[in-house]
Design a protein around this ligand. Sequence first.
Ligand code: CAA
Length: 395
Amino acid sequence: MTSIGIHDLEMATGHHVVELADLAEFSGVAPGKYILGLGQSQMSVLSEDEDIVTMGAAAALPLLERNGTEGIRTLLFATESGVDQSKAAGVAALRLLGLPSNVRVVEMKQACYGGTAALQAAVGIVARSPEERVLVITSDNARYELDSPGEPTQGAGAVAMLISADPDVLEIEQANGISTTDVDDFWRPNDSTTAVVDGHLSVGAYLDALTGAWKDLEADGGPAIADIDRILYHQPYTKMAKKAQQRLREVTGEEISTALNPGDEPDGRDTGLTTGSIYNRRLGNSYTASIYSGLTSLLDHDDSLEGRRIGLFSYGSGCVSEFFTGVVQPGYLARRNPARAEKLLDQRVPVSIAEYRALHAAPHGTSDDQVTPKVTAGPFRFAGVTDQARQYEVR
Ligand code: CAA
């Protein structure tokens, strides 16, 4: 059977950055709570002329420049911070990217799991038509209410992936483990621009879903834990990945290391918990893009991945989760570019807490007519709203 998977991938984020030490000081919280307790040092913040469309298209642009557009007949845009109830964000991205009209576009939603749903659907499309390639864009702006416990776990990011036959980066294996439960741990009602969350319930729901998905992977004939070399988890904050690793250790009995922070003493087999969380620690939560930012981080910082199997646990509140695996292909070293991601993170423009709070209060996804200030340094911008329709332009 043809191997199918991620041929190439690229990350993007917002224009601004907030230091969590500053947020802690403003909130009267010990900085250690955010930096060690949650495992986050920064969070990306969008400028007023950025949104999930501009960020997702910014991730896809270099991917298409490197790989061309031949054979792309599907664009799947995964997000849980959608800007319209009807029109897929990917339709605007298609125009910005100059993709032709014979590309079907759809938006996929199931909280942070939507990106994995898009990836698996793309694998199915390529299995039927191996000459086709599918563009998957995961893009999210994670927003909680100011002064809420979720506030330090905000963030923004996008990862675009090209799914094809004979991929250069990661072959997706067939077995998968699913766990779906109807739970009110996190959601965003139609009339709210911020998520509603029961934080501690969500942590428990995530961990129970991990147990369920792992057991289902075993039942589906998936690999033994000993045959999985690296493990990535959805990272709403990086400490959550450590909690997940602890749970998987209990469930499987395998001594996999739960050391998260650089310099922590490993307490078992290193499965890449630290290397897979370098970018997320600085991006904050990027919802659908989070596990794929984790994948980018692992690929960029681990030189010995060729032929290694990676386990990926994708969780979307509400909740749907999946544990699946992939094998890293020899072409990954030529595809990765750690300097690119570092630059992306380093070039963000810092904002004070007062500026960040003003940005948080700016209109988000509302249909009131508006013209946005020109701020973003990205290739595309959200110009505002005219007659209730969102306007995008190439910068
Ligand atoms: N130094 C070091 N650590 C400290 C500290 C200090 N000074 N003060 C506190 N801590 C530690 C605590 O011990 C705790 O560690 P453990 O989790 O290991 O016990 C950690 O910091 C957090 O402290 P609290 O639990 O007291 O924090 P909180 O109640 O204020 O909020 C939260 C934590 C519930 C995760 C909150 O940030 C939140 O609601 N986040 C949004 C929801 C979320 O991310 N859920 C994750 C699962 S759902 C999901 O994954 C989907 C998604 O993307 C949203």
